[in-house]
Design a protein around this ligand. Sequence first.
Ligand SMILES: Cc1cc2nc3c(=O)[nH]c(=O)nc-3n(C[C@H](O)[C@H](O)[C@H](O)COP(=O)(O)OP(=O)(O)OC[C@H]3O[C@@H](n4cnc5c(N)ncnc54)[C@H](O)[C@@H]3O)c2cc1C
Length: 419
Amino acid sequence: MRQRYDVVVVGAGASGMMAAITAARNGAYVLVLEHMDRAGKKILATGNGKCNYTNEKQGLSYYRGENPAFVLPVLKQFGFKETIAFFEELGIYPKERNGYYYPASEQAASVLKVLLMELKRLRVEIRYEVGIRSIQREKNGFCFETKTGNFYGTTCILATGGYSAKKTGSDGSGFLYAKKLGHHLINPVPALVQLVAKEPCLKEWTGIRIEANLKIYAKKELLSEDTGEVQLTDYGISGIPTFQVSRFAAKALERGEKVTAFLDFLPRQSKEEVFLLLKQRFFSYGTGKTMQEALIGLFPEKLISVLLKKCALKEEFPAKRVSEKELHLLCKQIKQFTLMIEKTKSFDMAQVTAGGIRTDELKNETLESTLIPGLYFAGEMVDIDGMCGGYNLQWAWSSGYVAGCAAAKKQIINGTVYK
Ligand SMILES: Cc1cc2nc3c(=O)[nH]c(=O)nc-3n(C[C@H](O)[C@H](O)[C@H](O)COP(=O)(O)OP(=O)(O)OC[C@H]3O[C@@H](n4cnc5c(N)ncnc54)[C@H](O)[C@@H]3O)c2cc1C
């Protein structure tokens, strides 16, 4: 007699664990198949080890994909409030910082531990290092052929993540099962990732962190912008504003478009205000100072050198002898420093994958496949990615919950689906 589970979840990451817990709480007999030797490796890396597990600001504008509105019915069933309540019940006392939520322990390990405790309490079986060879659709469900034998499930939830941070287990293999089962992908690209630029000054500005506005353009169209602390590095740019715009740059680069980044190093002042400020610093207060000295206190010294060099101005030249034309040039570099973006850093450096299973092949109330009854998807493998700030984990919890609930309620008997 072959052993059969009601729900088989593939992948013990954030979304898979949430799906398994929810299915088990709804009375299902649940098995989780994980190819790593442990669950939730990526959770440990989140929020610099502190796990920013949700955000109180929610809405369409925080989620991206071919059809971002796909998230709405999912978040409606399990959103911010439900997430806080769910984790509080498991033991995670919330700590809020500017709307971002972390466990009070400030340890991502706490989030993983409480999920594992709950899975144990619910007697959910987890098989590690499984090595799935194939997932086949059968009359009454699915057969999972693995290195160590076959497993059978009435329903299947694929929660294998995308390609980002491969060392945590998400190597894209789940996409292959989905494709073999007939699903299609929006081509995955790295997101929440650093941008690599072509620019001679990169070595000189390495290590600078500065508040700036970052705009990304392709085909003369503004794709995305963000303001915050940008990190200037030897390959290009990093930091939260870079992460926020990166998926748009990645998509445009994938389309073969030229991508340009504009940095505004004084985003609170208009161009006219900056010009007046420069005039004051160079002409009124510049007596006895060099060009470089006239800018000290306004920018980090490494950036002053880069800006002056860009305008072909000599650092040691007397400030008072600068022309208005040269000041206009300097003003332009300050307000609109241009970088040609060559590529993004790789998936290994990316926090998330943009792209994945097409949402028009899924029912948005249940996350069930419209092609194969009893097959569900959750988490990052779906073509939804969130902004930096707890939105990707929120999507993992929300989609895991919805898929887990729906899968538990579904039965397939002799090919007929009973809801
Ligand atoms: C460094 C870093 C920091 C981050 N910080 C945050 C943050 O603070 N807040 C936030 O909201 N988001 C953050 N994210 C993003 C967030 O962690 C992910 O979006 C989320 O964990 C995705 O969950 P998931 O379950 O879909 O996929 P994953 O967490 O990737 O889990 C997938 C699981 O499936 C398993 N698996 C894959 N293929 C197979 C297979 N063939 N067979 C069996 N098992 C398989 C994997 O081993 C893994 O355990 C961060 C990501 C990174 C990399």
